[in-house]
Design a protein around this ligand. Structure first.
Ligand code: ATP
Ligand code: LTN
Length: 340
């Protein structure tokens, strides 16, 4: 069955790497936005396994995580009847187009500006960010991401704010290719939520919550036992003072907790401030811990209800639906290059 892209709806594309446990930052910054979009757009959500191998993965764990990411999508509310869910490596056009963009559009000067490579490279090899054990794939990763997006004539890319730079590069590559070889690609727009686009680490409110953080105290995993998650909230770093007030500059840790609370409970920050007036951080954290426990309990019931067999079938169906769209774009690109 071919995907129906002729329905005048704009196309949304996004993906998550199966590279670690997904956390509430991923949920609030990306997945919750995807769920809201699926009624309004043609949505395509990918498990970007070739991105995950830019850093070393344990092979059995990677196989497990690919299926687990799909279960997270489903538990978040993505409906495979409405949105296409597929695995990046199932569609060979992604790596083919990435190679073509490497040659015909991407420049070293572009990739040298990407901050994620520098951050991740520095984590792996602090003394020498571009050193021996950092893969060429990690450096080239934004070009593969551009290929993911451009194959499907994507209009909108919903991501957390750490990915905005990569989507901007994607636009640059699309425009450069179109200019040099003739019009093929649509330059996509990034979609970033006003609130929740950058959830910070519980142990350090100056850095984003990250699944590759060195300590699990940094994040609340979507698969954390609710009681463990509640403990993490109670131990989360807070600021000096005691008043529950949103102040990004003076109280960054509390601002982060207020954002999480507000998004999970669907209560405005102003209202939370009212509710906790005169009550102090302890009581506020207890309230947030309860909210998180409730969210995780409900989430995990759904997460555990899907079998591996069901997930594998969803991925097969997704790839079958989407492959003709990707191959059509790739063919147009190859034609422009004279590769026929
Ligand atoms: P890592 O933290 O190991 O670099 P990641 O979580 O950034 O990994 P992905 O899992 O691929 O990488 O990210 C999936 C989506 O979640 C992306 O759209 C990303 O922007 C978003 N995201 C990741 N971390 C956060 C965060 N702390 N707050 C909001 N959104 C986030
Ligand atoms: N680079 C992203 C994951 C990713 C992606 C994409 C997101 C790969 N391909 C295409 C949006 C669109 C990340 O690390 N979060």
């Amino acid at each position: 069955m071919e995907l129906d892209m002729k329905n005048n709806k704009a196309t949304v594309f996004s993906g998550v790497q199966p590279s670690g446990v997904l956390h509430i930052g991923n949920y609030l910054g990306a997945l919750a936005q995807w769920v809201e979009m699926q009624n309004q757009y043609n949505c395509i959500f990918c498990v970007v396994d070739y991105h995950a191998i830019t850093v070393k993965q344990e092979s059995q764990e990677l196989s497990r995580r690919i299926l687990d990411v799909v279960k997270i999508y489903l538990a978040s509310g993505i409906n495979p009847e409405q949105a296409v869910i597929f695995q990046q490596s199932d569609i060979t056009a992604h790596t083919e187009l990435a190679w073509i963009l490497n040659c015909a559009a991407a420049r070293l000067a572009d990739l040298n500006k990407m901050t994620q490579f520098k951050d991740k490279g520095a984590k792996k090899e602090p003394a020498c960010p571009a050193g021996r054990s950092v893969s060429v794939g990690l450096y080239d990763y934004p070009v593969l991401m551009a290929a993911d997006i451009l194959l499907y004539n994507t209009d909108l890319v919903p991501v957390g704010d750490d990915q905005v730079q990569h989507v901007e590069l994607c636009r640059t590559l699309a425009e450069r290719f179109n200019r040099d070889y003739g019009q093929v690609f649509k330059a996509p727009q990034v979609a970033v939520r006003k609130q929740g686009a950058r959830i910070m680490g519980l142990d350090d409110p100056t850095k984003k919550m990250s699944k590759s953080a060195s300590s699990p105290a940094n994040y609340i995993a979507l698969t954390d036992a609710p009681e463990i998650a509640a403990k993490k909230i109670k131990r989360a770093v807070t600021d000096s003072g005691s008043e529950v007030k949103f102040d990004q500059k003076q109280k960054p840790a509390l601002a982060n907790l207020l954002t999480i609370y507000s998004l999970l409970a669907g209560i405005k920050i102003k209202e939370l401030e009212e509710n906790y007036k005169g009550k102090g951080y302890g009581e506020f954290k207890n309230g947030l811990a309860e909210e998180i426990k409730k969210f995780l309990r409900e989430f995990q019931i759904k997460y555990n209800s899907f079998t591996d067999q069901e997930v594998k079938q969803i991925l097969r169906d997704g790839a079958d639906k989407i492959r003709p769209v990707a191959n059509k774009t790739l063919k147009r690109v190859k034609n422009k290059l004279g590769i026929i």
